[in-house]
Design a protein around this ligand. Structure first.
Ligand SMILES: Nc1ncnc2c1ncn2[C@@H]1O[C@H](COP(=O)(O)OP(=O)(O)OP(=O)(O)O)[C@@H](O)[C@H]1O
Ligand SMILES: [Mg+2]
Length: 604
């Protein structure tokens, strides 16, 4: 009988031996199974994660488990810099380490593409102990394999350190190599996704920039529109400033210009609560935020005015307007700083870099407005002079009536003995002098630029009689019949040249609408104490889409060369004369403009 040993006792016999080896095989099998399971899990997870950081983290974790190692690092190749870099060390440490290609174990593997398996790192010359020194870690065994992409190129390396028991086997090597290529493909994909994301971001940024440019153009257009209305530099700047403040969203704004001597700053235009007071301000050169901006030729963004030494707190108190934040940009004309635009108190926040950009665009427009305004003033002066010349002959003509009356009465007075009658006569004479005086005053006011209208007495029938020939010629050229019908035939105190412009513009529109021929009539009648002009044509009528804002600038339709300013000008002339204008455009076609003007407009 063979004596059997208890199973717990030391195995000595052949049966015991085979039992032992069976247990070993079973354990090895179990390990193998869990490795395969870990590998499959890694494979599954790798395909699911596209965020590079998360992916690297996952790879490190799973490989450490799979390799039964203490830690794992992944290094990716930076071809441009001939370096490998790692962001993910195991644990929470996320700092970036960079190693030149060829240096240290990982550098060597990345350069040669060969796997290294070392039992004791310190015995290998290629090992760089500096990392251990830095981290306080002690490396013993080490397995490092290259990660190869789809084309077989090296993308980086994976390094596992300190096998739990003993050192890494040849089998571990094969496993790590296999897992590395799997990881490499996933990393390549993730990088691709990142690349696409970066492209997407670029696209979004390009789109945003485009939107900003469009917004900027819109700002320019809106500002330009305001400028086109102004008659002189100040009026243009005023309109521009109101629009600009609307865009920047602030409580107050001003434009300060350097005086001719180049020293003092004058706030020619101001908008906001204490605009009147600001307009009287004179600042010595270099003082205040505006002064600083002018002196340095740079913009200033002051988020808290009370803490900025440049801000003149005493003026703020004197005027009685509390300033929280300031944005000021220089006005530069032909390379020289001529002033500054200043915005105060951003609504619902403080000014930021975007406002500064907007303000710079606005400043450019303001300079254009100043230059256009100055040119316009100069040409206005010339026009005014020629208008005065023309008007003078008319005025002299008008003088004749009171002069005749005066001379008649003076003769009568000379022969009159009765003092009471003489007093009456002298009263009439004096009244005539008043007329003359009024006429002279008006002419002078216009010459000095104090009034935009040169009011004179015009007889409607004479005016239309004079214009008829000219208009008829134009209309006949396109086959349009003109009819003039004046039942009023009376006097009207208006600016004759402006009234002519009004008539001319409306007629020109009718001629353009009647390009295929038709009829156009101008009628004048007295209505409700006013003089009413009616302009009617039998064309297609006003296009529906522009009826609502027909009299606004730049509203035009169906004309290749139309600027949309004609009717805006007409409206302005009507407004200046304190009149009214309406348009009718019935369904069956035709357009009818009714312009009513007061008979005797007094100069303002
Ligand atoms: N008598 C009319 N019949 C039909 N449409 C008209 C008539 N008058 C004006 N319109 C329409 O109103 C628009 C605005 O006229 P407006 O005179 O302001 O500008 P414009 O004629 O287009 O350009 P501009 O006068 O600056 O050269 C015109 O483009 C046209 O479409
Ligand atoms: Mg027109």
């Amino acid at each position: 009988m063979t004596k059997e040993k208890s199973p717990t006792g030391p195995a000595t016999g052949p049966v015991a031996k085979s039992r032992q080896s069976l247990a070993e095989v079973r354990a090895a099998l179990q390990r193998e199974e869990s490795r395969v399971a870990a590998m499959m899990e890694l494979g599954r997870s790798l395909t699911a994660v596209t965020d590079l950081d998360a992916l690297l983290h996952l790879v490190v974790e799973k490989i450490t488990e799979l390799m039964e190692a203490d830690r794992t690092s992944i290094f990716l190749l930076d071809e441009q810099r001939s370096e490998i870099w790692s962001k993910v060390a195991e644990g929470d440490d996320m700092k970036e380490i960079r190693v030149p290609l060829g240096k240290g174990i990982c550098g060597w593997v990345a350069e040669t593409g060969k796997t290294i398996n070392i039992k004791d790192a310190y015995q290998d010359d290629r090992f760089n102990p500096a990392v251990d020194r830095d981290t306080g870690y002690r490396t013993t065994s080490l397995l490092c394999a290259p990660m190869r992409g789809k084309q077989g190129q090296v993308l980086g390396v994976i390094e596992s350190m300190n096998k739990h028991q003993g050192h890494f086997s040849a089998e571990d090597e094969r496993l790590l190599e296999a897992v590395s290529s799997q990881a490499a493909v996933a990393i390549e994909n993730a990088q691709l996704v990142l690349g696409i994301l970066a492209k997407n971001i670029e696209l979004v940024e390009a789109q945003e920039m485009l939107a900003r440019k469009v917004a900027e153009l819109d700002v320019l257009f809106q500002l330009e529109k305001e400028i086109s209305w102004g008659l002189n530099a100040d009026e243009m700047l005023h309109r521009l400033l109101i629009k600009a403040m609307e865009l920047v969203e602030c409580e107050a704004g001003s434009v300060a210009l350097l005086a001719e001597d180049g020293e003092e700053l004058r706030f020619s235009v101001a908008v906001g609560e204490k605009a009147e007071e600001v307009r009287k301000l004179r600042l010595p050169g270099g003082t205040g935020v505006a002064g600083w901006v002018v002196q340095h030729g740079q913009s200033a963004l002051v988020v808290d005015a009370s803490k900025d030494a440049r801000h003149l707190g005493e003026i703020e108190r004197e005027i009685g307007f509390s300033v929280s934040d300031i944005l000021a940009v220089p006005l530069v004309a032909a390379g020289e700083v001529i002033g500054a635009v200043e915005f105060l108190n951003k609504k619902g926040g403080t000014f930021d870099a975007n406002d500064e950009k907007l303000a710079t665009v606005i400043a450019g427009q303001a300079v254009a407005a100043i230059e256009t305004g100055r040119r316009r003033e100069a040409s206005d002066k010339e026009n005014r002079l020629s208008a005065i010349g023309q008007a003078l002959s008319g005025v002299i003509h008008d003088f004749r009536t009171p002069m005749t009356i005066i001379s008649g009465y003076v003769q009568l007075m000379a022969m009159e003995d009765d003092e009471a009658v003489r007093d009456e006569q002298s009263e009439t004479v004096l009244k005539q002098f008043d007329f003359i005086n009024d006429m002279t005053k008006e002419l002078l006011a216009f010459a000095r630029g104090e009034s935009s209208l040169l009011l004179r007495q015009v007889f409607t029938d004479r005016l239309l009689g004079e214009m008829k020939d000219l208009l008829q010629k134009e209309l006949e050229a396109v086959g349009v019949k003109l009819e003039v019908n004046d039942t009023y035939c009376g006097p009207l105190r208006v600016d004759e040249s402006k009234l002519r412009r009004l008539i001319y513009n409306i007629t020109r529109n009718a001629r353009q609408a009647l390009a295929q021929g038709g009829e156009f009539s101008i009628s004048v009648e007295e209505k409700d104490g006013q003089v009413q002009f009616e302009f009617a044509d039998n064309g297609p009528g006003i296009p529906l889409e522009i009826r609502k804002n027909l009299f606004e600038s730049f509203v035009t339709s169906g004309k290749a060369e139309g600027t949309g300013l004609g009717l805006a000008m007409v409206k302005k002339i009507v407004d200046e004369h304190q009149g009214s204008i309406v348009v009718e455009s019935p369904e069956g076609g035709g357009a009818r403009f009714l312009v009513s003007l007061p008979k005797r407009l007094e100069s303002s």
